[in-house]
Design a protein around this ligand. Structure first.
Ligand code: HEC
Ligand code: HEC
Length: 413
């Protein structure tokens, strides 16, 4: 009798059994694609692709919510509890893996499980550091009320570091899958497509009266899905998160405000060029400009003294030192030789170094000082990445590429 049961048990071994349910498989590949897309747009896309990068981030956030829900209400092998191994189990697994005789696990093995948790955590942290950077540097998003520029800049650097870490983890993950596939003699990547893994003898439980057959494994996997619980949990998470982010987005932005300038400013200083936002230069530069209007970059821009003093006061009250926007930080330090020029500040030059001189000369732009030609939000002084657009004739790919590698350098600085 015993022998016969053992016999049927090993008959079952070697057959394919569904381990990964469809939602988990879809999740896995969507998560992989979006993570890659986030890395690529983060590292290689030009500044004005930030919107798309954010959209990808939002998609990853949605997938994270799903995975958390499914980790509590999904099939047996998707449940976090089914692969919450101890560090010791992980260690044993790795040791045996390296010695070429790994244990087999029908669901996630300890190394794979570790990778699942680590990647989910890292991507969540990337979302948080990304939102902190967005709030502090761009003054946008749900955390714009919270973070100042300096902390936003630091978050951006951490975000970047995290991206390298994730890239390294992905390489490790793929290497682990290849190694384990070789050792087990089955293609684990394909198993994540078909959902089926081979049932090995040792997957069958030792106590025969509790023996699981192939159909049992699949049936048990399916029957542990709790669709009602999953839906309720997902709705709860999404609604709370949405309400929370919505409420935060309504708070006043830190370090930025609506600009109020005397009417004379727009008419007098917006005549020959755009009326520059006062946050683009420090107070000392505005003072120098307003004290030398009779020779204003070769032009005579002299004003009635009352108006001149009124504009100077307003410029100084709103100078770079009084704002926390990225432009105010980038151009706060001027070129000592030409303290009156925004376009001579080291910050301006570094950020526009990749743009060929002939682009600035093209008809639709005419001058470096014509910020509004390429920055749709120049008047507001925000210079948000998503509002950058170089007018036609659009420069070729080399600018997009050069300027993004330039910004990459800037960001890591
Ligand atoms: C008569 C025309 C005229 C008026 C009026 C005028 N500007 Fe200018 N401004 C110029 C010219 C020309 C330049 C140099 C632009 C260039 O090199 O492309 C310039 C450049 C500047 C720059 C430096 C831009 C850069 O390249 O970094 C600032 C700042 C500036 N003006 C501020 C002001 C302010 C403030 C007022 C109002 C008090 C004002 N301008 C009024 C003609 C004018
Ligand atoms: C030919 C179009 C063009 C003109 C004119 C121009 N810019 Fe830019 N600016 C760009 C581009 C493109 C970038 C993005 C560069 C990069 O990828 O780092 C940029 C970046 C910036 C940034 C940094 C954005 C960030 O987050 O890194 C600021 C701030 C900025 N410009 C301010 C100005 C100001 C102020 C002026 C006018 C005095 C100006 N720009 C004129 C094209 C222009």
């Amino acid at each position: 009798m015993l022998q016969k049961l053992n016999q049927s048990a090993s008959d079952e071994a070697g057959q394919q059994v569904e381990v990964w349910d469809l939602p988990i498989r879809l999740f896995h590949w969507a998560f992989a694609c979006l993570t890659l897309a986030a890395l690529l747009t983060g590292f290689y896309a030009p500044e004005w692709w930030l919107d798309r990068h954010l959209l990808i981030g939002a998609g990853l956030g949605g997938l994270l919510v799903f995975r958390i829900v499914w980790g509590f209400a999904g099939g047996r092998f998707a449940r976090f509890s089914s692969f919450a191994y101890s560090p010791r189990a992980l260690f044993t697994h790795l040791r045996r893996m390296l010695s070429g005789a790994p244990e087999h696990h029908l669901g996630h093995n300890p190394a794979g499980a570790m990778m699942v948790f680590a990647l989910l955590l890292m991507v969540a942290l990337m979302g948080i550091s990304g939102l902190l950077a967005l709030g502090g540097v761009e003054k946008e998003g749900p955390l714009a009320w919270l973070v100042d520029f300096e902390s936003g800049w630091l978050s951006l650097r951490l975000h970047r570091f995290g991206a390298y870490l994730i890239a390294a983890m992905l390489v490790l993950h793929v290497a682990g899958v290849i190694l384990q596939s070789r050792l087990e003699g089955q293609n684990l990547a394909r198993a994540m497509i078909t959902g089926r893994k081979r049932l090995l003898n040792e997957h069958l439980p030792p106590r025969i009266h509790k023996q699981l057959s192939r159909t049992d494994v699949a049936a048990r996997n399916r029957s542990s899905v709790r669709p009602g619980r999953a839906l309720a949990f997902a709705l709860f998470l999404i609604l709370t998160l949405a309400a929370f982010l919505e409420a935060l987005s309504g708070l006043p932005v830190r370090g930025a405000r609506a600009l109020t300038m005397p009417a004379s400013f727009r008419s007098e200083c917006g005549d020959c060029h755009m009326a520059y936002h006062p946050a683009l230069l420090p107070a000392a530069s505005w003072r120098a400009i307003m004290d030398g209007l009779e020779d204003h970059f070769g032009e005579d821009a002299t004003l009635d003294e009352a108006i001149r003093a009124e504009i100077e006061r307003a410029l100084i009250a709103n100078s770079a030192e009084t704002w926390d926007t990225k432009a105010s930080h980038f151009f706060r330090v001027v070129d000592p030789a030409e303290p009156k020029r925004i376009t001579r500040t080291p910050g301006w030059r570094a950020r526009h170094a990749a743009i060929p001189a002939k682009v600035f000369k093209q008809k639709s732009i005419a001058s470096k000082s014509n910020c509004g030609a390429c920055h749709r939000d120049a008047r507001r002084g925000t210079f948000a990445d998503r509002h950058i657009s170089i007018p036609a004739p659009r420069p070729g790919k080399e600018i997009a590429k050069a300027s993004s590698s330039n910004s990459a350098k800037e960001r890591t600085k």
